[in-house]
Design a protein around this ligand. Structure first.
Ligand SMILES: [Mg+2]
Length: 230
């Protein structure tokens, strides 16, 4: 089914926004402030916790922290993480992927809706969008709390479809830099699921995850859709 793509769902960190270790750095700051030498569940230490954050990149952050700590501690760590990430954004550390802004404009000029999605909470997502001067650039920015469940579940993509009034799951494209993004796109039944190589995921991992296409970066997306006649 090669429906025209009406709505493009773009991940933020690693896909449209450079993730230069910012998530890890914010997490390390948060852990040091909130936990210090204290261990998490199953005796997980700072290094183990950092590895877990790397392994679960792209997933809802609060869900990730709940696997490390009891509920109250997970909430506290999440607040500390958000604060630390906001500090890094405030320090000018959040920058756009080269060509991402032009790609978003081109997709909209092609008559499509563009939705940014993220595993971050709303205040962090808004701070990133504002720091890039992107308020109003996409049609919509969605966080896990807006949709219900975070990635790899399909909720964010399906909420993007509903909020932009796309005609079918076949008319949405989901684009991301992690296998988690690919899984969420496939789980939503998206007509086109695309991996981009601007994060830490190699091409082979996208192919294994079932991505329909792999691009060097989101900058190539408007042309890909035209080339595919979609
Ligand atoms: Mg990402």
């Amino acid at each position: 089914m090669n429906a025209r793509i009406e709505t493009v769902v773009l991940d933020m960190a690693g896909t449209t926004v450079v993730d230069d270790g910012l998530v890890e750095e914010a997490f390390a700051r948060a852990w040091d402030r909130e936990r210090g030498e204290a261990m998490g569940l199953d005796g997980v230490d700072r290094e183990g916790a950092l590895q877990w954050v790397r392994d679960t990149m792209g997933q809802s952050k609060i869900e990730v922290f709940r696997r490390l700590l009891p509920e109250d501690d997970a909430q506290a760590l999440n607040r500390a993480f958000e604060a630390a990430y906001d500090e890094l954004v405030g320090e000018g550390r959040s920058i756009a992927i080269e060509g991402a802004e032009a790609a978003i404009r081109a997709l909209r000029a092609q008559g499509r809706k563009v939705v940014l999605t993220t595993g971050f909470a709303r205040p962090t997502a808004d701070a990133i969008v504002a720091s890039l001067g992107w308020i109003g650039l996409p049609d919509l920015v969605l966080t896990p709390a807006d949709a219900g469940r975070g990635r790899p579940l399909p909720d964010l993509n399906l909420m993007a479809l509903i909020r932009t009034q796309a005609s079918s799951v076949h008319a949405i494209a989901v684009v991301g830099d992690t296998a988690t993004d690919i899984g969420s796109g496939l789980a939503a039944g998206a007509g086109l699921v695309v991996g981009v190589l601007t994060g830490a995921t190699p091409r082979e991992a996208f192919e294994t995850a079932g991505a329909h296409q792999v691009l060097g970066s989101v900058a190539e997306l408007p042309e890909l859709l035209e080339r595919l006649g979609r």
